[in-house]
Design a protein around this ligand. Structure first.
Ligand code: FIX
Ligand code: ZN
Length: 402
C-alpha cells in the first residue's frame, strides 16, 4: 500500500469523530434505540425487505418488533444476499461485537445484546465507532421527548442538543406523530417559542429538513418564519441554522419513515439566503446527488455556508467517495464530510467505519495529485487534515470545540 494511503488510514483510525447529526440520545433520556431487533427494523431495511417479499406494509407493521426483525433477517440476509449498504452495515456491526455475520437466525445476537448493561454498551459503542462527541436531534413537538426537557437531567458531556423545528417551517415532526407543543402560528409567538426552547436545550444549532421546492425570497409562511423568527433567533443566540434540503416527505405514506423520497432543489435560493443574511451561519446538506456540485459552488461563494455529510440516500460508498472527492477538489478541507444520521445506537459503528474508508480513498487521491506535482505531504499534515474533516470543522462551526 502506498505510504500516503497508509498514513491516511492510520489518521482515520486515530482521530476522534464529532458526529454532527444523529437521532441518538443522551442515555439519561432513555429514548435511544439499540440492539439487533432495532438494527434490523431500521426503515432503510424495511423498505428493502418489502421489495423482495410480497407482503403489505400494514401487515408488516402489525407484527411484533421481534417478528419484524426475523422477517427482515430471513428476507435480506438468508434468502437474498445482503448487498445493500444498510444490510452490509448490520454485518459490520455483528462482526465488531464478535458475533457471526453468517448466522442463519438471530439467537446469538439477541442473547448478546440482551446481556449488555445499557450504559456500558453505550460507552463501548462510542469507543468502537471512534466517536468523541455527537449531536442529537431534539424535537419539541415530539410528545415522547418534550416532557423530558421540563426537568433537569444529569447530561453526558459527550452528547449535545440540536433544536429541530420542521413543523415551524411547514414540515412534519421528526419524532412521533402529533405535536407535544402546539406549533406557533405567528412569527412573534414563534420567536418566543424558539427562545424558550433554546433556553431549555442549549442547542448547538437549529435544524430543519426542507423540500426540493424550498425557495427564497418567499412570502409564504415558511419564508416569513425563516426571516422573522428563525434566522434572527440564530443570530441572537450565536448558533447556526442547519438546512437539510431535498426531502419529499411520505411519497408512500404506507411505509412511514421509510416512505420519504428526494428531489433536486434550486440552490440559488440558498445563495440568496446566505447573501441576504451574512451574519447567519448555515450548515447545509442536500439529499439529491444532482445538488452536490451546486452546494460546493454555493459554499465557495459564501463562507457562511458549511456543507455537511452525505445525507440518507447519499450515504452509500460510491456516492460518499464521489462527493468527498468533489468537495476536496472545490473546497479543500473546508467542509464536514460525514455525519452518521444514526437512528439505532450501534449503526454509528458501521456508518463511521464504512465512511472513513470512502473518505480515505478520496483524500488519498488528492494527496497523490500533490505528490505528482512534487509537493511532499508530511504525516503531521495528514493528521491535521483528517482532524479538521472528522472533528474540528464541525465542532468549531457549532461552537462545541474544547
Ligand atoms: O430529517 C432527517 O433528520 C432525516 O435524516 C431522517 O428523517 C431520515 O429518516 C433518516 O434517518 C435518514 O437517514
Ligand atoms: Zn437525520
Amino acid at each position: 500500500m502506498p505510504k500516503i494511503e497508509t498514513h491516511v488510514n492510520q489518521a482515520m483510525d486515530l482521530v476522534p469523530v464529532f458526529d454532527v447529526h444523529t437521532h441518538l440520545y443522551d442515555p439519561s433520556f432513555g429514548l435511544t434505540l439499540w440492539g439487533i431487533d432495532e438494527l434490523l427494523t431500521y426503515h432503510y431495511l424495511v423498505a428493502e425487505t418489502l421489495r423482495v417479499v410480497a407482503f403489505s406494509p400494514e401487515k408488516f407493521f402489525a407484527m411484533p418488533k421481534l417478528a419484524q426483525a426475523d422477517f427482515v433477517w430471513d428476507a435480506l440476509f438468508v434468502r437474498n444476499t445482503p448487498l445493500s449498504e444498510a444490510a452490509n452495515g448490520v454485518l459490520t456491526v455483528l462482526a465488531a461485537f464478535g458475533l457471526d455475520p453468517n448466522a442463519r437466525d438471530l439467537a446469538e445476537a439477541r442473547a448478546y445484546f440482551s446481556s449488555q448493561d445499557p450504559r456500558e454498551h453505550f460507552d463501548k459503542v462510542l469507543n468502537l465507532a471512534g466517536i468523541k462527541e455527537f449531536v442529537m436531534t431534539n424535537d419539541p413537538f415530539d410528545p415522547k421527548e418534550a416532557p423530558l426537557w421540563q426537568v433537569r437531567m444529569a447530561r453526558d458531556p459527550r452528547v449535545h442538543a440540536a433544536l429541530r423545528i420542521d413543523p415551524l417551517l411547514g414540515g412534519i415532526s421528526i419524532g412521533a406523530a402529533g405535536a407535544a407543543d402546539s406549533v406557533p402560528a405567528g412569527t412573534t409567538d414563534a420567536r418566543r417559542f424558539l427562545d424558550t426552547w433554546i433556553e431549555k436545550m442549549n442547542p448547538l444549532y437549529l435544524a430543519a429538513s426542507l423540500p426540493p421546492t424550498f425557495s427564497y425570497p418567499d412570502d409564504s409562511r415558511r419564508g416569513q418564519m425563516l426571516s422573522e423568527a428563525v434566522l434572527p433567533a440564530c443570530r441572537h443566540h450565536g448558533i447556526p441554522f442547519a438546512m437539510m434540503i431535498g426531502v419529499n416527505k411520505r411519497v408512500n405514506p404506507r411505509l412511514g419513515d421509510a416512505g420519504d423520497s428526494l428531489g433536486t432543489a434550486d440552490l440559488g435560493a440558498l445563495e440568496r439566503l446566505a447573501n441576504d443574511h451574512p451574519d447567519n451561519r448555515f450548515l447545509v446538506t442536500t439529499l439529491a446527488r444532482e445538488n452536490a456540485q451546486a452546494l460546493c459552488v454555493a459554499a465557495r461563494k459564501f463562507a457562511n455556508i458549511l456543507p455537511f455529510g452525505c445525507w440518507w440516500f447519499m450515504n452509500n460508498p460510491s456516492l460518499i467517495e464521489e462527493v468527498t472527492l468533489l468537495r476536496l477538489e472545490m473546497l479543500g478541507t473546508s467542509f464536514i464530510p460525514q455525519h452518521s444520521d444514526a437512528r439505532v445506537l450501534e449503526q454509528v459503528v458501521y456508518k463511521w467505519r464504512h465512511s472513513k474508508r470512502d473518505i480515505a480513498r478520496a483524500l488519498t487521491t488528492r494527496y497523490e495529485a500533490l505528490e505528482r506535482a512534487g509537493r511532499e505531504v508530511a504525516d503531521a499534515e495528514v493528521r491535521r487534515d483528517v482532524r479538521l474533516l472528522l472533528h474540528d470543522n464541525a465542532a468549531r462551526f457549532v461552537g462545541a470545540v474544547r
